[in-house]
Design a protein around this ligand. Structure first.
Ligand code: KIV
Ligand code: ZN
Length: 557
């Protein structure tokens, strides 16, 4: 037997449900959301939140749109108690928000919990005890009757205290903790016993929260448990079935989604998934999943950077760069083919069309990200990303043939620097590679005469003075290429030419791109000027300057 021995684990025993219906269901609307960041999330932190951090987090949760917020475990923590008092005494809870507090099903804790809530307008009292086989047998050493009694007594106690404070609008919530490790018929039996005490009605519902305290199965098995529970519990019409999943197997969101398909009404979770061990299920991911399917999640997650910054400041945990919808890199494409596809789709995308962009499940702008972050160029990138960046940032619409030429130059730089090439470095590289129309020769005065053939007479200015050149052709460019060829004793053939007006950062300027063959070698030149003839002949001069520089290097070598 090796130390890594799978036979020491037993497979999860699924609930016996044959005619399950949930797989045919879809999620069609947002559940009721309850944030447990300030309780479950906070309990799991190396350094629990200070009151100041809790205040900041609470404000965020309200702004995001949670109407039910579990603010703490006041009977277990003085800080939580004080925070609940502050919320109430300082009138910090909006009228449409329920604060929720957790308590074990023990009379003295329930009493203290109600003390913390004195004067609250609306409150959810969340009482729990563990019902699982493991906890019954090994932790409490109690039989099923004993565990059920704890739940019943807790429920009675919760009800009695509430009756003493009719000024508050109370909602009762019960969790059979470790529900997923509980025999389903027993879970139903305990919940029936609790609702026998609380006597909810369809107009006055209670919340029954079914936690995957530890995630122990594939999400479909959790969904089976939820469907089984919903079918068999007595007062289904008088309760909101709530889910509280953890992420031990990495499927907290998936389990919650399938649980909703199986009939649940409400979801407890945290923003970005902080919580015990591998975390609570992440409300951001689940809500954004809905959003990406055209469903209003009824939460405002558009200011993702604020959410991240508050969560990080309060939990002292970093958000992973690949965290769904929120991570710094999740809308970024490095691979050339991805960049190419994104560029093409973005060019087709208009505001009146449904979002349909390869590799981007949502529009990054919806969560406050910009398109500039979408494409980042590193040594893995291709021409698409480079072209996209230059166009978005500087309005340079590089022709395809120039994209092909420029891409390996950028990749070389990325490999050399071992990282991402930012837009400015890319532009610098573009200018030094192609916009070489000023050294050693720059265009001085020129005159273009149009007749049967076009004639150009131009001055080229160097450090050492001015030279005059002249040439003919069927257009300015070919006349100038003849002039250059004659003067420098080169054969200059134009292969490609493109121009466009510049729209970014300049009024009425034109950019010209040329590709030429000079004595058998290919060169690319680019120039910007106020008129298109000037920019094209300077682009051509740029190629000749490159040839001269190449010849100089060769002769020095
Ligand atoms: O994970 C859990 O079971 C809990 C309960 C207290 C609901 O946090
Ligand atoms: Zn939990």
């Amino acid at each position: 037997m090796t130390a890594f021995d799978h036979t020491k684990y037993t497979p999860f025993k699924p609930v016996a449900i044959k005619d399950r219906t949930w797989p045919d269901n879809d999620i069609t609307h947002a559940p009721i959301w309850s944030s447990v960041d300030l309780r479950d999330g906070n309990q799991a932190l190396v350094e629990p939140m200070t009151v100041e951090q809790k205040k900041q987090f609470f404000a965020l949760l309200v702004d995001v749109g949670f109407k039910e917020i579990e603010v703490g475990f006041p009977a277990a923590s003085q800080l939580d108690f004080d925070f609940v008092r502050w919320l109430i005494e300082e009138n910090q809870v909006p009228d449409d928000v329920y604060i929720q507090v957790l308590t074990q099903a023990r009379p003295e804790l329930i009493e203290r919990t109600y003390k913390s809530l004195k004067g609250a307008k609306k409150a959810i009292v969340h009482v729990y005890n563990s019902t699982s086989t493991t906890q019954r047998e090994q932790v409490f050493r109690m039989d099923k009757e004993g565990v059920k009694k704890i739940a019943i007594n807790g429920a009675k106690c919760v009800k009695e205290h509430a009756e003493k404070h009719p000024e508050t609008e109370w909602v009762f919530q019960y969790s059979p903790e470790s529900f997923t490790g509980t025999e389903m018929d027993f879970a139903v039996e305990v919940v029936d016993a609790v609702t026998d005490v609380w006597q909810p009605t369809p107009d006055n519902k209670v919340i029954i929260n079914l936690p995957a305290t530890v995630e122990v199965s594939t999400p479909n098995r959790y969904a089976d448990q939820i469907e089984y529970f919903c079918r068999n519990v007595q007062k289904r019409d008088s309760m909101l079935v709530s889910l509280h999943t953890h992420n031990d197997r990495g499927c907290g969101v998936a389990a919650a989604e399938l649980g909703i398909m199986a009939g649940a009404d409400r979801i407890e979770g945290t923003l970005l998934g902080n919580g015990e061990r591998t975390g609570n299920m992440d409300v951001v991911t689940m809500a954004m999943n809905m959003y990406s399917q055209g469903i209003d999640p009824k939460l405002s997650l558009n200011d993702m950077d604020r959410i991240i910054s508050v969560v990080q400041a309060c939990t002292l945990l970093q958000v992973h760069p690949r965290h769904p919808y929120a991570g710094e890199l999740v809308f970024t494409a490095f691979s050339g083919s991805h960049q190419d596809a994104i560029k093409k789709c973005l060019a087709n995308q208009t505001d009146d069309k449904p979002w349909d962009v390869a590799y981007l499940p949502i529009d990054p702008r919806d969560v406050g990200r910009s398109y500039q972050e979408v494409i980042r160029v590193n040594s893995q990138s291709g021409k698409g990303g480079i072209a996209y960046t230059l166009e978005q940032e500087y309005g340079l619409a590089l022709p395809r043939w120039l994209q092909v030429e420029f891409s390996p130059i950028v990749q070389q730089l990325a490999e050399k620097d071992g990282g991402v090439v930012d837009a400015q470095s890319m532009k610098d590289l573009f200018e030094s590679s192609f916009m070489t129309g000023t050294t050693p020769y720059r265009l001085g005065k020129y005159d273009l005469t149009k007749d049967d053939v076009d004639t150009v007479q131009a001055e080229l200015v160097t450090q050492d003075g001015t030279v005059k050149i002249a040439g003919n052709g069927n257009g300015a460019l070919s006349a100038f290429s003849e002039a250059l060829g004659q003067h420098f004793n080169m054969r200059v053939d134009i292969i490609q030419y493109q121009e466009h007006a510049l729209t970014v950062g300049s009024d009425s300027q034109a950019i010209a791109y040329v590709q030429v063959n000079i004595d058998g070698d290919r060169f690319n030149g680019v120039a910007i000027d106020t008129d298109i003839v000037s920019s094209s002949i300077q682009a051509l001069l740029a190629t000749v300057n490159q040839k001269i520089a190449e010849n100089d290097t060769a002769s020095v070598a």
